[in-house]
Design a protein around this ligand. Sequence first.
Ligand SMILES: Nc1ncnc2c1ncn2[C@@H]1O[C@H](COP(=O)(O)OP(=O)(O)O)[C@@H](O)[C@H]1O
Ligand SMILES: Cc1cn([C@H]2C[C@H](O)[C@@H](COP(=O)(O)OP(=O)(O)O)O2)c(=O)[nH]c1=O
Length: 213
Amino acid sequence: MAGKFISFEGPDGAGKTSVITAIQAELEQQLGKEKVMYTREPGGNHISEQIRRVLFDEHNTDMDGRTEALLFAAARRQHIVSEILPALKDGKVILCDRYVDSSIAYQGAGRHLGEQKIWQINQYAIDGLLPDLTIYLDIESKLGLQRIAEHRADQVNRLDEEQLSFHKTVREAFLRLQRENPERIKLIDASQSLPKVISDVKQTIHAKFNDLF
Ligand SMILES: Nc1ncnc2c1ncn2[C@@H]1O[C@H](COP(=O)(O)OP(=O)(O)O)[C@@H](O)[C@H]1O
Ligand SMILES: Cc1cn([C@H]2C[C@H](O)[C@@H](COP(=O)(O)OP(=O)(O)O)O2)c(=O)[nH]c1=O
């Protein structure tokens, strides 16, 4: 079986973690644990996790936007080399919580660094490796932030605390990316109930890979 690279994207609170957990459990049942890999960005290996700590340290409020963008790209590079490429070689299904589209949306649009510029620095990091399929969980910004506030108040990180307008800009960018890449990026309405979102995601994965679900 050839490896399959599936990324999950969406604004904070869209439900990525909840959805991926369910999808991972079902795929592991079907294919066996050794054939499925969950991983997240930034992170997934000890070097990227160290970069993650710098990015999300609440003391680093003075971090320059370009520094932030370069650190995300650096963590991505290491993640590809240490996790993604070996798993693809082993024929695994990779469920990746965020990938390059997050940088375009958060740093490019949200931080106004320019979506094209962020693409450019990320080309160097990803060296042409895009997911076979990207599941974009779309949610209205206010609802996404409400979900975080209601359920995960203890886990709010430096980036979650950005203002509503930032999140709206990020969502617009995700929607634009989806419109520009309709073959790779599939939109799921994440304001639906969790079981319905999971069922839509499974259908979408099956439409792309007939041997899954
Ligand atoms: N479809 C849904 N309907 C209602 N609440 C949801 C739904 N999906 C997720 N949640 C809740 O919203 C919060 C954020 O979800 P999470 O999966 O952590 O999102 P993300 O990883 O995208 O930030 C969690 O407390 C989760 O239980
Ligand atoms: C991968 C990536 C994430 N981010 C942000 C989006 C999230 O706010 C945060 C990831 O934090 P995380 O705690 O993983 O949150 P979530 O469960 O919402 O994915 O990092 C970027 O700004 N750029 C990136 O390239």
